[in-house]
Design a protein around this ligand. Structure first.
Ligand code: ZN
Length: 209
């Protein structure tokens, strides 16, 4: 198997990290990071949504049920686009459309039906039921993303908390937790520095310093 892509988790919420699995989305040649079901599993593992054991079980199960796995992948991409539309609207100070809100509400029962309480060291904690009848649920990594989107929308009281990266070719979306809401780039060391380099280059061309 080809080595998995190293996903970035800069969104500040797992739903936004899912939204960012399509890179350079407005460039005309967006980069799809979820090409196969195994990419979705790799993303979920790197995002610490599932364990190594679950990775093995899910990949094995996907081989037995390839049609189902393809459907889950298509669903994950659909959710990704929904999340992007909702929070890009919020980033622009607009509420999501009624259709998109309904679509998110449509995901909720499918995801939250798997939520349960389990004993933890400190008492009780939310966790996810992994599957039915000993078979792993192929879409188990989608549930926390749905929950994250719902919780983020419920918590995003003020526009401006979610932002779209200002680098022209990036379009990643992230939660701006900086104190004065001044974060402009998904990642300073990447998009921020490229933008600065471009500005510097332009100034030099104009003979300024
Ligand atoms: Zn960026």
């Amino acid at each position: 198997m080809a080595e998995a892509h190293a996903f970035r988790f800069l969104g500040g919420a797992i739903c936004l990290d899912l939204a960012n699995t399509l890179s350079e989305r407005w460039s005309g040649t967006p980069i799809e990071r979820l090409e196969r079901y195994s990419d979705l599993v790799a993303w979920a593992r790197q995002g610490q949504l599932i364990s190594d054991r679950q990775v093995r079980e899910l990949l094995r199960e996907a081989e037995l049920r390839p049609g189902e796995a393809a459907k889950v992948l298509a669903g994950a991409r659909e959710l990704r686009e929904l999340v992007y539309r909702i929070f890009e609207a919020m980033a622009g100070g607009r509420p999501p459309t009624r259709t998109d809100l309904e679509a998110l509400n449509g995901w909720l029962p499918r995801a939250l039906a798997h939520l349960q309480l389990a004993r933890s060291d400190e008492g009780f904690a939310w966790s996810w039921r992994e599957g039915e009848g000993g078979r792993p649920a192929l879409d188990c990594m989608i549930w926390p993303a749905v929950r994250s989107a719902a919780e983020l929308l419920a918590a995003t009281a003020t526009p401006g908390q979610v932002r779209v990266c200002q680098a022209d070719d990036c379009a990643w979306i992230f939660l701006d937790t900086s104190r004065n809401h001044s974060r402009r780039w998904c990642e300073m060391s990447n998009c921020g520095n490229r933008a600065k380099a471009r500005r510097f280059y332009r100034r030099q061309q104009k003979g300024e310093r």
